[in-house]
Design a protein around this ligand. Structure first.
Ligand SMILES: C[S@@+](CC[C@H](N)C(=O)[O-])C[C@H]1O[C@@H](n2cnc3c(N)ncnc32)[C@H](O)[C@@H]1O
Length: 245
């Protein structure tokens, strides 16, 4: 494959371009994605993902859908937490899915190539939808949230872990610089390209701040259940319940 030379700033405005960028970006990142995630989070990432799955309700045999599953971390935790359930990990980047499939030892877990904006599951079929570092990558966020609502059963749970965006510029701007420098450093070290992972900061510029993100879920019929911030609020876990209307 040709060297990754795309720039996120040229791809954020149009959903098709963002999807194209992300697919290529994560195909490039895939071989060293797990190392990068552990390093960029100072090895906190695994415990945040564990907190996400612990925050889910006890359900005997749920259908769980993990959107933008990447190399499968959360999907594996779901399969372990719900041994009588079924888990589907969805992602658009085939190289990420290939690693997830290679790591998979669970019989109740499968990995499928699907876009979070066009999820190929029937209406009201899932009990639980999860996503870690997923929503920020949605080509069209309102559409992705609409899809999550469509596939969730009434009363079902949705839980997301991602970088969270403060409203005030005095917090937002230093965070942007910090993320761009720190994540870009790992892109440079692992891929010889600052754009790989360095683009996380720019992806946040087009992402709603904390209040707007909650409002988007509320508009789509989700009630907040719990939230928890990690790392001085750099990342946040949000749990919602889908209303029955
Ligand atoms: C930052 S990674 C997160 C992977 C994994 N959830 C984790 O926490 O380690 C973002 C993932 O989103 C996937 N992705 C990006 N756009 C997507 C889309 N439109 N539909 C499904 N997956 C997408 C990428 O391929 C990538 O694997």
């Amino acid at each position: 494959m040709a060297r990754f030379a795309l720039k996120i700033r040229d791809h954020l405005d149009v959903p098709e371009r963002k999807r194209f960028y992300n697919e290529r970006h994560f195909a490039e990142a895939a071989p060293r994605y797990d190392v990068a995630t552990r390093a960029m989070s100072l090895f906190r990432d695994a415990s945040w993902k564990a907190r996400l799955v612990e925050a889910l309700p006890p359900v005997r045999a749920p259908l769980c859908v993990d959107i933008a599953c990447g190399t499968g971390d959360v999907a594996f935790l779901l399969a372990e937490r719900y041994p009588e359930g079924r888990v589907a990990g969805l992602d658009i980047a085939e190289p990420m899915l290939a690693i997830a499939r290679e790591r998979n030892r669970s019989r109740n877990l499968r990995f499928l190539r699907q876009d979070m904006c066009a999820i190929d599951f029937p209406e009201e079929s899932a009990d639980i939808v999860t996503g870690s570092y997923a929503l920020r990558n949605a080509p069209d966020l309102p559409r992705a949230v609409g899809e999550i609502r469509r596939i969730l059963k009434p009363g079902g749970t949705a839980a997301f872990l991602d970088f969270s965006k403060p409203r005030a510029a005095c917090f937002r701007i230093p965070r942007h610089i910090l993320l761009r420098t720190w994540c870009g450093f790992w892109g440079l070290l692992l891929h010889g390209n600052h754009e790989v992972h360095g683009s996380i900061a720019a992806s946040l510029s087009a992402f709603p701040d904390r209040r707007a993100l909650r409002a988007l879920f509320a508009e789509n019929g989700f009630a907040p259940v719990s939230s928890r911030r990690f790392f001085l609020g750099i990342t946040e876990l949000l749990v919602f319940r889908r209303s029955s209307r």
